[in-house]
Design a protein around this ligand. Structure first.
Ligand code: SAM
Length: 215
């Protein structure tokens, strides 16, 4: 059986080619009326908060919103928005602090509408995104997805966490192709920020943190 080698030069080239293609052609996605109805009030609220000087954090793919709560507690002066498409997970959310809110939505549509509305997050957290590990799934991973340039355009800085070293490495390749600064480090192994992180650390797995910011 031929194994997918994720660390070849051709893989690096494939990621750069995908990112450059996505940067050259803005992502066009028809937004359903259902999604528009969910997202319009959220985006309007975020615009109002931003105009009043409130700084915004995005927990993208927040799952059960455990991290949304922790981030809101750590940053009481900011508004933290958790978004996830899974109602099953969001229903398990703990009571939210006043400076946190959660919304069930698809992130692709949210990022497009947030960008159109001029929203700029202080930091976007991508905490343990689905890795989609098969070679043909590059376009589903956030860094290979057509929405990637819009993710970067809507935030001053970004934090990715993953238990897949290759994913962190590929993410850094995509960031470099967009001229972003980044640093990649292993997780210290303490104080899990999310349920997935807690599970991986409890198993003794190494987790990776990529911090990135605009040049
Ligand atoms: C592996 S889980 C991680 C959840 C949480 N961040 C954690 O670390 O515990 C990935 C989450 O991303 C959400 N997700 C994946 N793709 C999404 C999309 N396109 N829009 C919204 N949520 C998405 C899934 O529903 C799931 O809850």
């Amino acid at each position: 059986m031929e194994l997918y080698n994720k660390d070849t030069e051709s893989e690096w080239q494939r990621i750069v080619t995908a990112v450059e293609r996505h940067r050259a052609a803005p992502y066009r996605l028809p937004i359903s009326s259902t999604m528009q109805a969910v997202l319009d009030p959220l985006v309007e609220r975020l615009v109002r908060e931003q105009q009043s000087g409130k700084r915004l954090l995005l927990d993208a793919g927040c799952g059960t919103a455990y991290s949304t709560c922790l981030l809101a507690e750590h940053h009481p002066d900011m508004l933290v928005v958790g978004i996830d498409r899974s109602l099953v997970r969001l229903r398990k959310a703990p009571p939210l602090p006043a400076n946190a809110l959660i919304c069930r939505a698809r992130l692709e549509e949210f990022w497009l509408l947030a960008h159109q509305a001029g929203i700029l997050f202080e930091r976007t957290y991508l905490l343990y995104p689905n890795p989609y590990p098969k070679r043909w799934q590059l376009g589903r991973r956030w860094y290979g997805h057509p929405i990637f340039p819009t993710i970067l355009a809507t935030t001053r800085s970004l934090e990715l966490r993953t238990n897949q070293q290759w994913y962190a490495h590929h993410f850094c390749i995509a960031l470099a192709a967009c001229s972003w600064h980044y640093r990649c480090m292993p997780h210290a192994g303490d104080q899990p920020l999310t349920p997935f992180e807690r599970k991986y650390l409890a198993r003794g797995e190494l987790c990776w943190i990529v911090e990135a910011w605009q040049k």
